[in-house]
Design a protein around this ligand. Structure first.
Ligand SMILES: Nc1ncnc2c1ncn2[C@@H]1O[C@H](COP(=O)(O)OP(=O)(O)O)[C@@H](O)[C@H]1O
Ligand SMILES: [Mg+2]
Ligand SMILES: [Zn+2]
Length: 263
């Protein structure tokens, strides 16, 4: 499934690297469905104060390319696209569950302003962690903010596949994919701890999380492992309360609730 989505022929995203390196004076025709932009001359990138290239804020096209590029790796599905803050329930049998209210509020706060923040939600299976990850992802995607919602097993599979592909493009090489996971504007990592752990998986996960920690990059993590049981190097980063909010979702398994409660 993942392999099929990542085949070169399936790639639909424009080559951002190629565009950004093009002759700065050459006029650029807008691609299908893209606006004519006087600010960047349809190059979609402009020079920032430090002389680097940044996505043109007026047409926002490069930002959308980034959203599309991340979509190639996402663990999105029909189900996750329907999971929102609105249909996340906090009241059952007329009783509001304060644990669920707290989790929902934390996820909404993170989605409203993810920059420079980490959010970790841990708890038992079925308590609604993945639902909240998907709701954050859907909210950000609708707002045009590039977010990558991916389960840890999918992320590791994409990296293992990159080793097999032996390609050197940004989308297919191991280094390129690592860079995508390390630098995604917002990374939503579901099911951390559900992977088959090995020294290799621990080291790539540490490299990604450590990079994101050091650069204060927005990261949401859902897990059913108690935060104290993580690799101590990851656990210590989660304990940095200036950056990271850790909450327990102690709600019972939603799937086991009687039908009468779900109405
Ligand atoms: N509070 C809730 N309101 C509405 N649906 C919920 C709620 N909690 C869980 N669900 C639903 O129950 C199912 C299991 O939840 P999920 O988020 O996958 O649990 P977890 O990731 O914690 O194991 C999903 O279909 C999800 O949409
Ligand atoms: Mg889950
Ligand atoms: Zn522009």
């Amino acid at each position: 499934m993942l392999a099929a989505r990542l085949k070169p022929s399936n790639r639909q995203t424009p080559d951002v690297e190629h565009v950004s390196r093009s002759d700065p004076d050459a006029p650029v025709e807008p691609r299908d469905g893209e606006v004519n932009c006087p600010t960047c001359g349809n190059k979609r990138f402009i020079l920032d104060a430090a002389g680097g290239l940044k996505p043109c804020p007026d047409c926002n096209v490069a930002q959308r390319w980034k959203v599309q590029a991340l979509a190639a790796f996402a663990s999105r599905s029909k189900l996750t696209q329907q999971q929102t803050f609105l249909n996340f329930r906090t009241t059952f049998n007329g009783q509001e569950n304060p644990v669920l209210v707290q989790c929902l509020r934390a996820a909404e706060r993170f989605a409203a302003q993810p920059e420079g923040r980490w959010l970790v939600i841990w708890g038992e299976r079925g308590s609604g962690k993945s639902h909240l990850c998907a709701a954050v992802d859907n909210h950000l995607t609708q707002a045009g903010i590039p977010s990558l919602f991916i389960t840890v097993p999918d992320l590791l599979a994409a990296l293992r596949q990159a080793i097999d592909l032996q390609s050197n493009t940004e989308q297919e090489s191991f280094t390129g994919r690592m860079n995508i996971f390390k630098t995604a504007t917002v990374l939503i990592l579901d099911d951390l701890g559900a992977e088959q752990s090995s020294p290799w998986s621990e080291s790539v996960l540490f490299e990604i999380l450590d990079y994101r920690y050091r650069n204060r990059l927005a990261t949401m993590i859902a897990t059913n492992v108690h935060p104290d049981e993580f690799d101590p190097r990851i656990a210590s980063r989660m304990q940095d309360t200036a950056l990271c909010t850790v909450i327990e979702n102690a709600a019972p398994d939603y799937r086991r609730r009687p039908l009468s409660e779900k109405r």
